[in-house]
Design a protein around this ligand. Structure first.
Ligand code: HPA
Length: 264
């Protein structure tokens, strides 16, 4: 029986990823924002890792209703320093194709009704998101994807829409003109909340479809089908990334709140 220490690495992903963990145990972590799904804690490449299925173990929560604050707070409470997310996306940039992976470097936020901060006052902060994803964790993910032979785009601007509907063709044309490469429904506010708690956050996006207006029609069935087809490669990349992530953090994420406070 291995001793449980602090869990420093978390994976947020879709269902099915629990199999990634050796000897998983599920824990319940209460937060001031409510109860997140049970979190599985186990081992990957000999390191303790927490696995949080963003939509719940039965995929019961839609993207616009997720309790992102409870999810991220719970990981911080477990001692997590680094969060690797997996996100399904559609391709807006025609040179990105279904079945490929991407490690985005920037975000455009088109969400509408989500609580996006832990700081609703009286504490006031303005967090810097000049580099919204952790550069160190991004590099680890890119190297891991390459070493597994995956087609991986090393930069991408990912748009996040409110959902749960897919986008209209006009919305996608507008997003393309604005410089977006990919579109999904879950990166916001996850990435920003992690930054507010000074956790590293990077995303391994997989592309399940061409965005609206670029293929016949969009179905959730297609997203699920491509996700299951890519499951083994995604797992392989995640295992490799966990193995390769350095013990100590050499990135600015741990000091994100320095200079950010307007009112304590
Ligand atoms: N749009 C938004 N979210 C998505 C898509 C899409 O085309 N594909 C997978 N998640």
């Amino acid at each position: 029986m291995r001793q449980r220490r602090e869990v420093k690495i978390a994976i947020i992903g879709g269902t099915g990823l629990e199999e990634l963990l050796e000897a998983p145990e599920r824990v319940r972590v209460g937060t001031p924002y409510g109860l997140p799904p049970e979190i599985a804690i186990g081992y990957v490449a000999g390191k303790q890792v927490a696995m949080l299925p963003r939509h719940g173990w039965e995929h019961e929560a839609p993207p616009h209703k997720l309790n992102y604050r409870a999810n991220i707070w719970a990981l911080k409470a477990l001692g997590v320093e680094r969060v690797i997310a997996t996100n399904a996306t559609g391709a807006i940039n025609p040179s990105f194709k279904p079945g490929e992976l991407a490690v985005p470097h920037d975000i455009m936020d088109f969400t509408k009704g989500r609580p996006t901060t832990f700081y609703d006052g009286p504490e006031v902060i303005h967090i810097d998101v000049t580099e919204p994803f952790c550069p160190e964790l991004r590099a680890v993910l890119i190297r891991a994807a390459r070493s597994r032979g995956a087609v991986v785009h090393e930069k991408a601007v990912v748009a996040c829409t409110e959902g749960p509907r897919f986008e209209t063709p006009a919305e996608i044309r507008a997003m393309r003109m604005l410089g977006c490469d990919l579109v999904g429904m879950t990166i916001v506010p996850e990435a920003f909340l992690a930054r507010e708690l000074e956790m590293c956050y990077a995303s391994l996006c997989f592309i399940s479809n061409m965005a609206a207006g670029m293929q016949d029609r969009l179905t959730a069935d297609e997203v699920i089908e491509v996700a299951s087809r890519l499951q083994d490669i995604i797992k392989g990349v995640l295992i490799e990334a966990v193995r390769e992530v350095p013990e100590e953090r050499n990135c600015p994420c741990a000091r994100a709140l320095e200079g950010a406070r307007v009112r304590k």
